[in-house]
Design a protein. Structure first.
Length: 240
């Protein structure tokens, strides 16, 4: 990934009072975006510290058991793993974004994990070295979107017209395809109109829009170029 500048690393602080939450982040990470969306949706005072994952600071290594972002620094200690952070924020502040019904909550947690499997599929797509593998990874992603299509109903978001915690997972997923479509004619959503509608509704949500910097598309494109994979060839062909 491209190096983070000093301007990128600066903390974005809503409140500098003692005890404010601090989210340790990387600007392209979809799991970080999940946490930012929840913080924004619930108007939680916090500050953000961006690090360069290719040059992790020593203080980060000391407090991150898995060496990954996001981390949430609280007065009680440090939390890691995005799902844990999201649920902590949801349970300790304001009205819950998770369903109250125990089965519905568990059902949402299962589809949150499904969202993580889509992210793994996206990583497989942009890491594919040749067209054949890229095509195979593309087909797997379309299959996952068809499974999601069968789950979605007529509501604005995943299962409600009200934004819920699970929706913070799918917003960052669909954002990838906004960038992919800027250099590729591939249509990942031709067979999934409900997913496409869900994608559009999420793209209009301010918390999702504001979960990344304005130059996110350029930064992600540079990251993809540096992969030296098949997708890098598509970017270069579009630019020629």
């Amino acid at each position: 990934m491209s190096k983070t500048t000093q301007a990128d690393i600066e903390s974005q602080s809503i409140d500098d009072t003692q005890g404010v939450l601090e989210l340790v982040s990387f600007d392209l990470c979809p799991y970080v975006q999940r946490a930012i969306i929840i913080l924004d949706e619930k108007n939680i005072p916090h500050k953000r510290t961006y690090i360069d994952l290719s040059n992790k600071p020593d203080w980060f290594k000391e407090i991150s058991p898995l060496g990954k972002v996001p981390l949430l620094k609280t007065e009680q200690g440090v939390l890691f793993e995005s799902a844990v952070i999201a649920e902590y924020l949801d349970e300790t502040t304001g009205a819950a974004l998770h369903p109250k019904n125990h089965f519905e909550k568990a059902h949402h947690r299962a589809w949150i994990e499904f969202g993580s499997s889509i992210l793994a599929g996206i990583a497989g797509l942009y890491s594919a070295q040749e067209h054949k593998t890229y095509t195979e990874k593309r087909a797997l992603l379309i299959t996952k979107f068809e499974q999601l299509e069968n789950k979605l109903g007529t509501s604005r978001y995943f299962s409600s017209d009200q934004f819920q915690l699970i929706d913070s997972v799918y917003g960052p997923i669909f954002r990838y395809f906004d960038v992919f479509e800027s250099f590729s004619d591939d249509n990942f959503f031709e067979s999934t109109p409900k997913v496409q509608k869900y994608r559009k509704n999420l793209a209009e949500r301010p918390s999702i829009v504001n979960a990344v910097s304005q130059n996110y598309p350029e930064r992600l494109t540079q990251f993809l170029l540096h992969k030296n994979a098949y997708i890098s060839q598509l970017i270069q062909k579009k630019a020629a």
